[in-house]
Design a protein around this ligand. Sequence first.
Ligand code: G6P
Length: 372
Amino acid sequence: SAAEKGGYPSFMLKEIAEQPRAVADTLLGRIDGSGALSLDEVRIPPEALREADKVVIVACGTAFHAGLIAKYAIEHWTRIPCEVELASEFRHRDPILDPQTLVIAVSQSGETMDTLMALRHAREQGARVLAICNTNGSTIPRESDAVLYTHAGPEVAVASTKAFLTQLVACYLVALYLAQVRGAKDADEIRAVVRDLSAISRSVERVLETMEPVRELARALAHKDTVLFLGRHVGYPVALEGALKLKELAYMHAEGFAAGELKHGPIALVEDDLPVVVVVPSPRGRSVLHDKMVSSIQEIRARGARTVVIAEEGDDEVVPYADHLILVPAVPTLLQPLVTTVPLQVFACELATTRGNEVDQPRNLAKSVTVE
Ligand code: G6P
């Protein structure tokens, strides 16, 4: 009903708007007075976390993309090797698991059958399983050794938005907690990242305040057949998520690529006026990534692409090559997906609406897939 949608035309728009709150709520109670992490709710003994020699993340759909991003944070902050695998592929290849393996199962609903089967397999092999889940008491957390709940609140729209942002927050928290328990980072460094995380909710809010041009662009591109997405580093999974959203909602052919792979195939797809959305890494710090991305944008533009560039405020270098420029607030590189994903959600939602699609209930899809 209209009342349930809180005045928004769809649950999806309501849930996109709720993201600053969802992000803040997922941090709530998990940071102590001194700014350190307090995650006692993760009931896996610290010794076990110290002894873990591998992290394996299993998930499906949008949650899988959260896992891909988590890998960058986990490996960078903890130096523990981390694999990310589609839950539906995981157990069938006889993965190597033992009590030193920490498996993280990410699921909004907690009922996705592929993810459940993956975690059952992991536990049978003796691995410990931590669930990251948005639904209290659902099957996946009940069958896991421990759970860290995301506090997105109920997500009704089939395509995941606010749950995804909170999955990212939860993954960052787990990564930092592992770093803390293992002494991989000192307390001050961890506090600094926690402070950055605490400021993110406001950045997401600011992104939401500047979305009108993104909606206009979506309306202008609604007649297109294909949209490509490019990213690098943590922007690569964001590109995959942007493409997934277009498939789910707009029923358009959309693909996400790692920008470095362009020359190995995807650049052959570029033709006149093809929209290519590019998620640009921050120009600060890891500027090598930024420079490489600027070259990629130049290359596709020289071949006729219509470039939609998502870049950090103050990134002047990309301006000459952007047919459409979407600016997001500057945040630390690893946390960038929390702000760069939001315009892609809005873009997909508006495209879908313009094309006359039902955004909350896309054809052929279900909110939670309880069959394998
Ligand atoms: C379905 C939904 C997606 C979701 C995926 C995984 O395909 O349509 O939005 O990302 O399931 O769901 P889960 O509940 O496990 O996160």
